[in-house]
Design a protein around this ligand. Structure first.
Ligand SMILES: [Zn+2]
Length: 446
């Protein structure tokens, strides 16, 4: 693979931008199936942010972060297409990440079965309206970051943060690493930080119905309050089976008291992340003198054997949690349309010379993936991200698939795919990551 060398003096062109994406109207919020009404108001405003790295000669890369539960594949493709038409930034060089806050607007075609009932058409129109606005905002913020590029230096390091806990098994595996990239301008002043942490953005619960960025939003706010003029971008690692520890703590009596307690925890988790970033800012970091090279590939992940029409009918007849999901698939058959048998899963990497490989896995990826990649690849030069590009369903490891439960396949009822994945999903994803990375990133022992 060709490695792009830097412009002189190790300065590279970097642009940063942000745009407020808070709707000024009530809208159904995604994340929790129990909510049935449009939002009650705004606790914290939500943002889309962009980082553009590289001059036009280098071939720039663009990261767009969005405070939302999940971005549909086709939405990322459309925004990428628009940005490519206007600037030439390739699909491999364009990535979207979402914070997975469970207190942000529903998007058209994201987790379509979440509520186990059809969304009323007047509410769906509002969701469609917001989805269109969001696409425009994402395009605009990407273009703005490209437009305001100026000479900068990039460095990175890995911190550690402890509030993520395995939510399937007490004491189960987690990834507490906090990779953090720093962008400094010509005079050495900090312009932006991008940090990633592997945990669900679910400090607030479904009993509340306000717009809020949850811990990731409060982390961005805390960093920016501490460092005025700096843009903070938070993305999420392989935290599909991790919750904030506060979700497992006892709560006081009374709905308002519970809400206030959860909100205080969300702010405290955000403050903790900000404090770890502050520590990294004054610690040793590794320079990144190369503009990253993007790579993008889709891998086909097969679902398990489809139920027969009779089995779908039996599930509808039985009532209960499987009924809505079965009815929607039966309706697909009745329209003479095929049921989805496989998923087209995007895998993306950004390679910063020989210094750093960033992996962007799509959707809700369990921690086993990052722990495995950190064994197979050089952990000192690896950043494993998830919740990128698309939001089709949970991506279980072979262990979690075999164990079953919510992340293993149960959540398909709310995302929409017909069945859990067929065995082999983990190897297909891992092989694709290896294919996109130069051999120089393999662990010494490989
Ligand atoms: Zn989730």
């Amino acid at each position: 693979m060709e490695i792009k060398m830097t412009t002189k003096n190790d300065f590279i062109q970097v642009g940063v931008a942000e745009v407020d994406i808070t709707p000024d109207y009530p809208i159904r919020l995604s994340g929790y199936g129990s909510r049935r009404t449009e939002s009650d108001g705004i606790i914290q405003r939500i943002w889309a942010k962009a980082l553009a790295i590289g001059s036009d000669t280098d071939g720039p890369v663009v990261l767009v972060t969005v405070e939302n539960c999940g971005l549909p594949d086709e939405l990322t493709e459309e925004v990428s297409h628009r940005v490519r038409e206007k600037t030439g930034v390739s699909r491999a060089n364009f990535v979207t990440c979402f914070t997975h806050t469970h207190s942000a607007p529903c998007l058209t075609n994201a987790a379509a079965f979440l509520f186990s009932s059809d969304i009323p058409s007047h509410q769906q129109q509002t969701i469609d309206r917001y989805t269109d606005q969001l696409k425009n905002w994402m395009e605009a913020v990407a273009l703005e970051a490209l437009a305001n590029r100026e000479p900068s230096k990039l460095t990175w390091s890995i911190g550690e943060l402890g509030f993520a806990k395995n939510r399937r098994t007490e004491g189960g595996p987690v990834d507490h690493s906090l990779p953090c990239l720093q962008v400094r301008g010509l005079g050495g002043h900090l312009r932006a930080v991008w940090a990633s942490y592997a945990c669900h953005c679910t400090t607030l619960a479904g009993t509340d119905n306000h717009i809020c960025g949850d811990w990731a939003g409060y982390a961005q706010e805390a960093i920016q309050n501490t460092l005025p003029g700096v843009t903070a971008l938070i993305t999420i690692g392989c935290g599909a089976d991790a919750n904030p520890e506060s979700r497992m703590m006892p709560m006081p009596d009374g709905q308002e008291e519970v809400f206030n307690t959860r909100l205080a925890y969300a702010q405290a988790h955000g403050e903790a992340l900000s404090e770890e970033v502050q520590r990294l800012l004054v610690s040793d970091t590794t320079p990144l003198p190369s503009v990253p090279t993007g790579a993008f590939e889709r891998v086909t992940l097969p679902f398990d054997t489809l139920p027969t029409r009779e089995e779908w009918e039996a599930r509808v007849a039985e009532g209960g949690s499987r009924t809505y999901h079965a009815r929607k698939h039966l309706e697909t058959l009745q329209r003479g349309e095929p049921i989805q048998t496989e998923l087209s899963y995007p895998v993306q990497t950004w390679i910063f010379g020989e210094e750093l490989a960033v992996v962007f896995l799509a959707s809700e990826v369990v921690v086993d993936y990052s722990l495995r990649l950190k064994r197979e690849l050089d952990v000192e030069r690896l950043w494993v991200g998830a919740y990128a590009n698309a939001f089709p369903c949970y991506i279980p490891s072979e262990r979690v698939l075999a164990e079953g439960g919510y992340e293993g396949g149960g959540a398909m009822l709310y995302f929409g795919p017909p069945t859990p994945f067929a065995p082999g999903v983990e190897q297909l994803v891992i092989d694709t990551v290896h294919k996109l990375l130069p051999d120089g990133f393999l662990a010494e022992s490989q």
